[in-house]
Write a protein that binds this ligand. Structure first.
Ligand code: HEM
Length: 397
């Protein structure tokens, strides 16, 4: 029976919104690599939920990142190729070219400058939140603007454009209609392509100018990379901040510990990354026949990688379903692993290490303004996991 194809539900249990879908947890215990049921004639699709297997795949070039090698069981076909400039959809040697170029621009000096800015931006947003008074949607006033403004810093979006830029990014994931989302997407894409060209003509001190002037990217590639950085760096960080705050509010002892001890922030961020794993799933296409976890995978098969299940694997982390800010979460896969490991992880860490303690210290009585069960979670498995909004309130000082 162990080779019967399975159809695990990706639905999370409403009572445990931070945990992976219970069917993935069950699968990990029983068979950390499992064949998914697929229509007649479709390539083999495998669900990978065990930590060691996920890590192994991410480090193995026989598993391809190119989207067109990924058979999507829900769509019933292969994905279209990634847009120009999307590194997560490339393999070597194309990926190596982009990766080297970008890695050289995420410099220590640039990250240090960004640390200063994130502290200022965080303070400004908390001031605005305090002025506006309770209640507030924390996503609207804090967890979305901070990373959006940091992307502005990274790319060098001029100050006069930032309000418009930020409100368009807000419309991207959560705008009411598909049309509104698409309009915001087109507007931002056009804006970033034009910005990239403007940086070529008149470089300033930012990462986009560095890319525009040092390197061999075509205009199309440069615009594409700018759009990709926005896509990769905004929704992920914003949802970590929002879902992370929600998780801390649900675990008051942990919240109090973090507020009392700022030195806990770095470790706390790693544990929240592990525990929440907002970039919950990935895919790879199998390029040649491979034996993995005792199974024979064929060239043309697809693997679906449950990063969130891997990060809760008891074989790697003890009491994996407990949020424990003092544990060592080292080795977690929330930023991926191998050649595609997140290029923006230092920036993301800086943002979170500053933002969580600053928020908790400024608003010691912060609490949910609605019952937790009423929060609207981002349940679409193709999206970064998180909350659509986070209504909070606090006592005025
Ligand atoms: C790649 C997660 C923030 C830029 C990745 C990958 C993950 C990830 C899992 C690997 C994807 C794969 O293997 O296919 C996250 C999380 C973040 C975050 C959880 C926030 C907490 C950022 C930020 C930036 C960024 C702030 C930059 C502005 C990138 C880039 C890649 C990437 C450029 C592609 C690397 C490559 O394919 O070589 N991220 N990320 N990320 N991330 Fe992040």
């Amino acid at each position: 029976y162990r080779d019967e194809p399975v159809t695990p539900s990706l639905d999370r249990a409403p009572a445990c919104p931070f945990d992976p879908a219970p069917s993935l947890t069950a699968l990990r215990a029983e068979r950390p690599i499992a064949r998914l049921a697929a229509p007649e004639g479709a390539p083999g699709v495998w669900m990978i939920t065990g930590y060691d297997l996920v890590r192994q795949i991410l480090a193995d070039p026989r598993f391809s990142s190119r989207y067109e090698t990924h058979y999507h069981p829900l769509a019933g076909g292969h994905l279209p190729p990634a847009p120009v400039g999307d590194l997560t959809g490339m393999d070597a040697p194309q990926h190596t070219r982009f990766r080297k170029l970008l890695a050289g621009k995420f410099t220590v000096r640039r990250m240090n400058l960004l640390t200063e800015r994130v502290t200022e931006i965080t303070r400004e947003r908390l001031d605005a939140m305090e002025r506006q008074g309770p209640p507030a949607d924390l996503v609207e006033v804090f967890t979305q603007p901070v990373p959006a403004l940091m992307i502005c810093e990274l790319l060098g979006v001029p100050h006069e454009d930032r309000d418009q830029f930020q409100s368009s990014t807000r419309a991207l994931p959560d705008a009411g209609t598909a049309e509104a989302q698409y309009a915001a997407f087109v507007e931002l894409g056009t804006y970033l392509r034009e910005l990239a060209l403007a940086k070529r003509a008149k470089p300033t001190d930012d990462l986009l100018s560095d890319l525009a002037t040092g390197g061999d990217l075509t205009d199309e590639e440069l615009g594409g990379v700018a759009a990709f950085l926005l896509g990769a760096g905004l929704d992920t960080t914003a949802n970590m901040l929002a879902l992370g705050t929600f998780a801390l509010l649900r675990n008051p002892a942990q919240l109090i510990a973090l507020r009392a001890d700022p030195d806990l922030a770095a470790g706390a961020v790693e544990e929240l990354l592990r525990y929440l794993s907002v970039a919950a799933t990935g895919m790879r296409g199998v390029l040649e026949d491979v034996e993995l976890g005792g199974r024979q995978l064929k060239a043309g098969d697809t693997v679906v990688i449950a990063i969130n299940a891997a990060n809760r694997d008891p074989a790697k982390f003890s009491d994996p379903d407990v949020l424990d800010l003092r544990r060592s979460a080292a080795g977690h896969l929330a930023f991926g692993h191998g050649v595609h490991q997140c290029l923006g992880q230092q920036l993301a860490r800086i943002e979170m290490r500053v933002a969580f303690p600053a928020l908790l210290t400024r608003f010691p009585t912060l609490r949910l303004a609605v019952p937790a069960e009423e929060l609207s979670l981002r349940t679409d498995p193709s999206q970064v996991y998180g909350v659509h909004s986070l209504p909070v309130t606090w006592d005025r000082r």
